[in-house]
Design a protein around this ligand. Structure first.
Ligand code: GLN
Ligand code: ZN
Length: 769
């Protein structure tokens, strides 16, 4: 086929769309259903109306083929488990008596039955429910949801393409069910699973599907030859089916690498590839594989996970190159638009000039449509869009917001020495010991204390003008007084102020840093009905004034014990925000680090001897491919060191992370050069302590002895037993005693009891040394 006809066929499409509705109607309906205030029928009708609204909007914007089946009441991986009949045994009875309640029970658990485990969807902030499989799993086809949603879209006279999680990705995301040996590999179930997919495909075809999309993002990760073989087999079998729609296999979040030739050669009808900067290698790899002769290529040129406008001319040039490589080239976002908010036009508080740089799902859709039109009908047909885009990009590139000379000069002048503590760890450790005079097994907490209703109400009242700043701050001070006095009474050694002034550990700082934007409606789904509004790293970052010093100092003034200053680290600030796409991540991290460094130094100058810089996100932004990890860890650890290295040797730097397995980043954790680290460990029975020891980690560490994720109060004997376990791996001179994480989601009664037990446990075990 010639280049010209490939271009003429160019269509606009997306792989998925935010589910919540413009005013988070879905959240309200689902939570209303849980509370018994919304009937099942009303919930279904709300959901159907949201789907129709989305499809109509997409079609009106000019999208030629809308996605179906991407909608979910909770999570699309859980929907896939239902589709293939992989309902865990403990949920089966409830699922069979009421499918909707059984579905939510799998997602959230009930009083008696544990939910499925939840984990991050690749390197996004979306969380999915992990399928539980075992050698006894019997799959069974349930295509009802997919078929019904396809029919809804077809009833609107739209061209629609059902979207499924592909069989290989589904199995690679699964874990052994409870009771199944940990070395069971779900991928061994492929032969059993494929017939289910075959039935779903046949059902969808019977319902009118021309094309079906099978998402295989797991193939952008490093895969073993056996896993690639499984992919080959899966698509050979599905491709060989006679009663099937055309198959589009979609990849996103990174380059396909070794999986690209596998899919290019497979007897499928189309392939969707990510062509954003992070996956740019796909272009060369596709050419090297000989292109996709006879197949449809869907080109993800519009970034589906950031909130910036596209460079339309650059995308057109990529698309132009691709025309020579496939039979037909369509235009799409790089991934589902699930990961971006719905509509930038809803933002009222953002400077109109900056607003023009932003593209949420609706704006991205418009870009995709324009690109498809430019590609098929000639760039002169989108001359106005191109001119406006050029002007907006120029305004962004030339803006004083994105280019603050003072910030840039300072970042450029950072020296190696600035990024290192003035003395090596061993010497600092001795200095800190004589300065802080802490007992063996010192006790502390991770920072936050319960965020009570009173605190939340006070914040809401302040925002609404019902409470003035002075009144609000007095409440914060009262809370700090209580938290400090409780800790003194309980006998904790290193105190905290409790973070009562913080709404959120990233937003609190974002609001005070120049260059950061907040949105009013920029909600994205984190999991289920939980939505977050990540702030936007829009420009060069600077700190007009201290952010935390007065609260820490106030706490300090109330006690003779050390009060730990508390900051969110640069990597976590980036990970939980929308980041700039006009400079390397490491440059943004360095700017944030310099702003935080000033805060650290100011805390020290105000008399703070212990400062904690939280980096719970260090591991979650680890690149999907191992080859990309060293570069990431370089800038990540460098920015942490830059944040913390301006202090005296006798000032103790803590860091905190919350995940239970981190053997793969112990080296990086050591590179942070922090003096003390606290980690989540209670549920894994101190597994992290053993991992630290195995890797020869030389510093002080506090593996958590109190699981803060549940209201359960560990008794002193249990905490003491965990400490003794910790001591098997970490010597008493280096072991700290603390909970797994902050206490902001806990209530006061269990917090009080648990911390009293924790101190008792520390005293008991000290007595045994
Ligand atoms: N200092 C924070 C707190 O205690 C840490 C939170 C976190 O690790 N996510 O709440
Ligand atoms: Zn934590």
């Amino acid at each position: 086929m010639t280049t010209k006809s490939a271009a003429a066929a160019a269509r606009a499409t997306v792989y998925g769309y935010p589910r919540q509705g413009a005013n988070r109607e879905l959240k309200k309906a689902v939570e209303g259903y849980w509370k018994g205030r919304v009937t099942a029928d009303a919930l279904r009708e709300t959901a159907a109306e949201l789907r129709r609204t989305t499809w109509r909007q997409l079609a009106e914007a000019g999208v030629h083929e809308v996605p179906t089946g991407d909608f979910s009441y909770y999570d699309h991986v859980l929907d896939t488990s239902v589709m293939v009949g992989a309902v865990p045994a403990r949920h089966r009875a409830s699922f069979e008596s009421d499918a909707l309640d059984g579905y939510f029970a799998m997602a959230r658990g009930t009083q008696d039955v544990a939910p499925l485990e939840m984990t991050k969807w690749f390197d996004t902030n979306y969380h999915y429910l992990v399928p539980e499989l075992g050698p006894d799993t019997v799959f069974a086809t349930d295509s009802a949801k997919q078929v019904a949603e396809l029919k809804e879209a077809l009833a609107l006279d739209l061209s629609a393409r059902p979207v499924l999680v592909g069989p290989v990705t589904y199995l690679l995301l699964a874990k052994p069910a409870p009771g199944v040996p940990a070395d069971f590999e779900p991928l061994t179930l492929l032969d059993r699973l494929l017939p289910v997919y075959a039935e779903v495909l046949a059902d969808l075809r019977a319902a009118g599907a021309q094309w079906v999309q099978l998402d295989e993002p797991a193939l952008v990760q490093d895969r073993t030859p056996a896993e690639l073989n499984a992919a080959t087999r899966a698509y050979r079998e599905l491709g060989a089916l006679t009663d099937r729609p055309k198959l589009l296999v979609a990849s996103y979040f990174d380059r396909l690498g070794d999986a690209l030739p596998v899919l290019a050669k497979a007897p499928i009808d189309g392939l969707a590839l990510d062509f954003t900067d992070a996956a740019a290698a796909n272009l060369d790899d596709l050419a090297a594989a000989g292109g996709l002769p006879g197949k449809r290529l869907v080109a993800g040129v519009v970034n589906g996970r950031n909130i910036w406008i596209n460079d339309l001319e650059k995308s057109l040039s990529t698309l132009g190159t691709l025309l020579g490589l496939a039979d037909r080239v369509d235009v799409a976002a790089s991934c589902s638009l699930l990961h971006v908010p719905i509509d930038a036009a809803a933002e009222r508080d953002i400077d109109p000039q900056i607003l023009r740089w932003l593209a949420f799902a609706r704006q991205k859709t418009t870009e995709i449509v324009a690109l498809a039109k430019g590609l098929s009908q000639g760039t002169d047909t989108i001359a106005a869009e191109l001119a406006a885009n050029r002007a907006d990009l120029a305004s962004r590139a030339g803006s004083a917001i994105t280019h603050d000379p003072a910030v840039r000069a300072r970042a450029a002048a950072v020296t190696d020495a600035e990024g290192r503590r003035s003395q090596p760890y061993a010497e600092r450790s001795a200095a800190q010991r004589s300065h802080l005079k802490l007992p063996l097994l010192p006790t502390t907490t991770i920072g936050s204390f319960p965020q009570t209703t009173e605190l939340r109400t006070a914040r809401a009242d302040l925002r609404a003008g019902r409470l003035d700043t002075a009144g609000y701050e007095e409440r914060i001070r009262n809370e700090i007084r209580e938290v400090v006095s409780f800790q003194e009474k309980t006998g904790l050694d290193v105190l905290v102020h409790g973070e009562p002034e913080r709404n959120d550990m990233v937003q609190y700082f974002a609001e005070q840093l120049t260059g950061y934007l907040a949105t009013q409606h920029g909600w994205v789904q984190s999991y289920g009905t939980r939505y977050v509004r990540p702030p936007v790293l829009a420009g060069d970052i600077s700190r007009p004034e201290p952010m935390t010093v007065r609260w820490t100092s106030f706490a300090n003034s109330l006690t003779d014990r050390p009060v730990k200053g508390m900051l969110t680290g640069p990597v976590t600030m980036l990970a939980w925000s929308f980041v700039r796409d006009d400079q390397p991540l490491g440059d943004t991290a360095r700017q944030v680090a310099l702003a935080l460094r000033d805060e650290v130094n100011d805390l020290e100058a105000a008399g703070t001897s212990v400062i904690q810089v939280d980096e719970p996100a260090l591991r979650e932004t680890l690149p999907l491919r191992a080859a990309d990890r060293p570069a990431y860890l370089d800038w990540a650890t460098e920015s942490f060191r830059l944040t913390t290295s301006g202090v005296r040797p006798d000032t103790q730097i803590h860091t905190h992370m919350c995940y239970a397995e981190f053997g793969d980043i112990v080296r990086a954790i050591d590179d942070l050069d922090a003096d003390v680290i606290s980690l989540e460990a209670a549920r894994s029975h101190m597994q992290v302590a053993r991992e630290l020891a195995e890797h020869g980690y030389p510093r002080e560490a506090g593996p958590g002895v109190y699981d803060i994720h549940s209201p359960r109060v560990p008794d002193a004997a249990e905490a003491a037993a965990l400490l003794r376990k910790g001591l098997e791996a970490i010597p008493p001179q280096r072991l700290w005693v603390n909970p797994d994480c902050g206490l902001k989601t806990r209530g006061w009664p269990e917090t009080r009891a648990s911390l009293e037990n924790l101190v008792t446990a520390a005293r008991t075990v000290r007595g045994e040394l």
